[in-house]
Design a protein around this ligand. Structure first.
Ligand code: ZN
Length: 469
């Protein structure tokens, strides 16, 4: 299906493509203070305006939705396919070594600059796919629209604005994640719990426990203060735990009490097994200590039973649901604070598509109540799912296979992408698992090969989905 012609077109126009991406990379389009007519500030608006100029250079028209998003259409036909990417970036941050974040360069086959991979490079790759199809005059029977937003990194209010004025096309692909295709984004719930109790002075006892800052990040540090035991007692209990868990405990005197610091490693809550949770680790240690039989100490034991160390799949909570397509539900315990009279905690759960209110949220609520804890509002959010055997997913896999030779299955992830909640939407490229392109970090890059290949894959997908049959 025009594979050769597309390949040749993309290769012949690669210099133009690199220059167009670089133009966008020179703009700092992180979210800024809103101004009149610029809901996300000057940077994002400038990026949208520059992309419109790029469209016009090649004979495409554009439409600006009040500096929330811009669109360009491949033809005048009714849209069957929307391609959704974004031009805003996360802040540049420090420690760039190859170039300055907004001075793009190509070095050793890599195009460096903030936004090269997320998501300006992919946005332009998608545009060049449309350009190729248009200039090669490949006959289409349906329309294709490129939608470029400017608020993906800070809540996606851009695309909400667009969808208030336009229905989504029957199919949407977003080049803002990974190849081959992400067709399942798990749903889940974010829950919190709390309770209060009378202070009891009986020793040994817990004075305080603190761990975690964000509900969706595995805490790398946690600490506790214990009264009524010696440093030596606690060190003796910590030693075998260190060996078993790989956590590091630092035990030191603090006033008349003993301070425990636990050090593990952080990870995103959607992949808790990639980290080593210092919070569940410190509870693991506290609960083996011979603490007095008080209400507070027993509450803590109950919490530890429900959210033990290394229970990534919600077994102890009774919500270890899994299915073939989306895999296992994951759970992480991410924030906890306790003092002599009250405690509160927060956990994150990414639910498999087989999870329901009955087998997940209601179970969690019940077991927390039974442990003497008051569950807060369980914020549930639905999964996003396009069947693997749908026309869209199958066509995208075929395009990916036909350009790269790689035969792969669609992916389920715990996080959410730009198309979470867009009916018939899947994430499609441009990253591949074996290349770490430093997204959101210093020295972000996209390889030149991946940029070219992605444009070819998108062009192939456009023809496959919208071409004359
Ligand atoms: Zn992105």
């Amino acid at each position: 299906m025009y594979r050769k012609e597309i390949h040749q077109f993309i290769r012949e126009h690669q210099q133009e493509m690199f220059e167009d991406v670089k133009q966008l990379l020179r703009i700092n389009s992180e979210r800024m203070e809103a101004e009149e007519g610029k809901p996300f500030g000057t940077g994002p608006a400038k990026a949208l305006e520059t992309a419109c100029d790029i469209f016009h250079n090649y004979g495409f028209t554009s439409k600006n939705y009040d500096n929330y998003v811009i669109t360009t259409d491949l033809n005048e036909k009714e849209n069957k396919l929307d391609i959704l990417a974004h031009l805003d970036v996360v802040p540049a941050g420090n420690d760039w070594t190859v170039t300055e974040p907004f001075e793009p360069v190509i070095k050793d086959g890599k195009l460096y600059g903030r936004g090269a991979a997320d998501d300006k490079g992919p946005a332009i790759a998608a545009f060049y796919a449309m350009r190729a199809v248009k200039e090669l005059k490949i006959p289409l029977e349906a329309g294709v629209r490129l939608i470029l937003g400017s608020d993906e990194e800070c809540g996606s209010s851009d695309i909400d604005y667009y969808y208030k004025k336009n229905p989504p096309a029957p199919m949407t692909v977003s080049p803002d994640a990974d190849f081959p295709v992400i067709n399942i984004e798990k749903g889940g719930l974010a829950g919190d719990f709390s309770t209060v109790y009378e202070e009891e002075k009986e020793l040994p006892r817990i004075i305080r426990v603190d761990g975690g800052m964000k509900f969706n990040v595995i805490p790398a540090k946690a600490e506790a203060l214990i009264e009524g035991l010696s440093c030596e007692d606690i060190k003796a209990a910590a030693l075998p735990l260190e060996a078993a868990t790989g956590l590091q405990f630092t035990i030191s005197p603090e006033g008349h009490a003993v301070r425990i610091e636990a050090k593990g490693s952080s990870a995103h809550a959607s992949e808790p097994y990639k980290g080593n949770n210092a919070l569940t680790g410190v509870l693991e240690l506290i609960t083996v200590l011979p603490l007095a039989d008080t209400k507070a100490n027993n509450l803590l034991r109950g919490i530890h039973r429900l959210l033990p160390h290394e229970d990534y799949y919600g077994k102890a909570l009774g919500i270890a649901i899994e299915d073939n397509e989306s895999g296992k539900t994951t759970v992480s315990f991410d924030i906890f604070h306790m003092n002599e009279t009250q405690l509160s905690g927060c956990f994150d759960c990414r639910a498999s598509i087989a999870a329901t209110k009955e087998n997940t949220a209601m179970v969690v609520e019940k077991v927390f109540r039974e442990a003497g804890l008051t569950p807060g509002a369980l914020k549930t959010y639905p999964p996003h799912y396009v069947p693997a055997d749908s026309e869209l997913v199958q066509a995208l896999l075929t395009s990916y296979h036909s350009i790269t030779g790689r035969e792969e299955k669609p992916i389920a992830i715990g996080g959410g992408t730009y198309v979470h909640g867009v009916p018939g939407g899947v994430a499609f490229g441009c990253a591949v698992a074996e290349v770490d392109n430093h997204m959101h970090g210093p020295d972000e890059f996209m390889t030149v090969d991946q940029l070219l290949l992605s444009a070819e894959i998108y062009a192939d997908a456009i023809v496959r989905l919208c071409g004359k049959k």
